[in-house]
Design a protein around this ligand. Structure first.
Ligand code: GDP
Length: 194
């Protein structure tokens, strides 16, 4: 069955988004790092399975080696199912993602979101970056241009609307995400025809 996989650091609003997409309730604001294994749900509006991968990143009370294990598990899952995953949705927090990327960029370090984005591209999995919490962002276009640039996508971000989808899960404003996902699905249907 066709699969859409959600990945993202903890606290970006992945549970809130999952709830909006599926109509199920999820343990939002719960203990980070608790979702250990991939969970599968029906995406009510569409005819495919949504896979929620564990949140990754700083989690208070979670040991470093456990964090690394979660990261390894996510990478293994994506590698194993790359052929079945129609679209990956990388969820980020629009309010903080650029600062976090800049803080973690160094001679020997690649920020998680950037690394994950490139990893998914290397796997050949079409990826949509769902930039969540846009209700908290004032300088919208500037922020999204900065993010595009950090991901190696030449600004303006509006050229990349099949890749960058500004949303507010909390407010149920998800249309750009639906649009972007649909674009990829249609591209693949076309590819399947020829
Ligand atoms: P997860 O750890 O990624 O599953 O994140 P949660 O879904 O638990 O959300 C973390 C926090 O962000 C919660 O306090 C949510 O209410 C809040 N949140 C989620 N989506 C949005 C959004 O679109 N806008 C705002 N302002 N807050 C959000």
């Amino acid at each position: 069955e066709a699969e859409v996989a959600l990945v993202g650091r903890s606290n970006v609003g992945k549970s809130t988004l999952m709830r909006e997409l599926t109509g199920h309730s999820f343990d939002t604001g719960g203990k980070p790092g608790v979702t250990r294994s991939p969970n599968h749900y029906d995406w009510s509006a569409e005819n495919f399975v949504l896979t929620d991968l564990p949140g990754f990143g700083f989690m208070s009370g979670v040991e470093e080696d456990h964090r690394e294990q979660i990261k390894t598990d996510i990478v293994r899952y994506l590698e194993e199912y790359a052929d079945k995953i129609l679209v990956a949705v990388l969820v980020v927090d629009g309010k903080s993602v650029v600062d976090i990327i800049d803080r973690h960029t160094g001679p020997d370090s690649i920020p998680y979101d950037v690394e994950m984005f490139h990893f998914l591209q290397d796997l050949g999995v079409p990826t949509v970056v769902a930039v969540n919490k846009m209700d908290k962002v004032d300088d919208r276009d500037e922020r999204l241009d900065d993010l595009a640039e950090r991901l190696g996508l030449y600004p303006p971000w509006k050229q990349w609307q099949e890749t960058i989808a500004p949303i507010s899960a909390k407010r149920g404003q998800l249309e750009p995400l639906y649009e972007a996902v649909r674009t990829h699905l249609h591209e693949q249907e076309r590819d399947d025809l020829f």
